[in-house]
Design a protein around this ligand. Structure first.
Ligand SMILES: NC(=O)c1ccc[n+]([C@@H]2O[C@H](COP(=O)([O-])OP(=O)(O)OC[C@H]3O[C@@H](n4cnc5c(N)ncnc54)[C@H](OP(=O)(O)O)[C@@H]3O)[C@@H](O)[C@H]2O)c1
Length: 283
């Protein structure tokens, strides 16, 4: 049974709240899961929520929002793709004094629904009257072993519509560590670009994983049309395939290429290197 630390009437102004619970949306996902672990290890009251948690939270079922938000003083906000929902959620979160938004690098330059959802979440917290911090990460290391690129890699070939544009992949643990730090306060109104320490081409990243895992793997550049067709053949919905193609177009244009310095600024240390990630996750 999840513990609700304190109840809060919807009309009370944000500054009067005495609750301490941090609600982590996407609490079972790549960053949320790690953030929950870090907060629990530090003894901080935390409620992980998603469609599969004990306190169920579903963006598409608004009747699940109140229980997820009960007694919340802070929220780690993994944005929904529907931009309208982000605004409604933040308005409903009246007890929340601090929001940390998981957004993405390039949201101001790349089109697409997912980017609109993140942009709407950013705007909603800016307008909320609460403290807010925005995290804009590059592509995650964990996309390779916990998400869409795992199966093709295990099959020996990752094919994407990207050539030799380097990407400074960031580790989900670094994002979680930054989120845990900014949730303590002192970062109100800041926007942090979160990257790994160096850019790697996808060919270099796949080579590092192949070396760490001892498996034969190769990267292959394909056209956006070929990529879309391959995703549809795997059962990925057309709109998701189009979203991914928009993201890769932004990456080809170099919008995500320069490493950001958010990890260093918040944590005072270098981000996790891709080689260390590969050794840890793939050997
Ligand atoms: N991956 C990247 O490289 C990258 C880069 C920049 C930004 N981002 C952004 O990061 C976000 C994803 O974060 P993540 O990678 O930590 O999570 P994730 O691993 O993609 O997992 C998604 C999380 O959201 C939950 N979820 C999915 N649908 C939901 C719904 N309808 N209602 C409530 N919860 C739902 C999932 O749990 P259930 O399935 O149990 O509901 C899970 O906890 C996205 O907004 C993405 O655009 C990702």
């Amino acid at each position: 049974m999840a513990v609700v630390r304190c109840a809060m009437s919807a009309w009370r102004p944000r500054r009067l709240t005495g609750c301490m619970t941090t609600v982590v949306l996407g609490g079972t996902g790549k960053t949320g899961r790690r953030l929950v672990r870090t907060l629990r290890a530090a003894g901080r009251p935390v409620r992980a929520v998603s469609r599969s948690t004990e306190v169920r939270f579903d963006w598409s079922s608004r009747d699940t929002w109140a229980a997820a938000l009960a007694g919340a003083s802070a929220v780690y906000l993994v944005a929904p793709s529907d931009p309208v929902l982000a605004g409604l959620f933040v308005k409903q979160a009246t007890s929340v004094r601090r929001f940390v938004v998981l957004s993405g690098r390039g949201i101001d330059k790349v089109a697409g629904d997912a980017f609109q959802g993140m942009a709407a979440a950013e705007q909603a917290v800016r307008d909320s009257g609460a403290e807010w911090t925005i995290l804009r990460p590059n592509n995650f290391n964990q996309n390779f072993d916990e998400d869409l690129w795992r199966a093709p890699l295990l099959a020996g070939r990752l094919a994407l519509p990207l050539g030799d544009t380097p990407e400074p992949f960031v580790d989900a643990q670094d994002i979680a560590d930054v989120a845990a730090a900014v949730l303590l306060g002192g970062h109100d109104g800041r926007v942090y670009d979160l990257s790994g320490p160096r850019g790697l081409t996808f060919a270099e990243a796949v080579a590092a994983i192949a070396s760490a895992s001892g498996r034969a793997m190769r990267f292959e550049e394909v056209t956006p049309a070929e990529y879309r067709a391959s995703l549809l053949a795997e059962g990925v919905p057309g709109e998701v395939a189009d979203e991914l193609n928009l993201m890769f177009a932004g990456m080809r244009d170099g919008h995500l290429m320069p490493p950001g310095d958010g990890v260093q600024r918040v944590l005072g240390r270098e981000p996790i290197d891709f080689a260390d990630y590969a050794a840890r996750a793939w050997s």
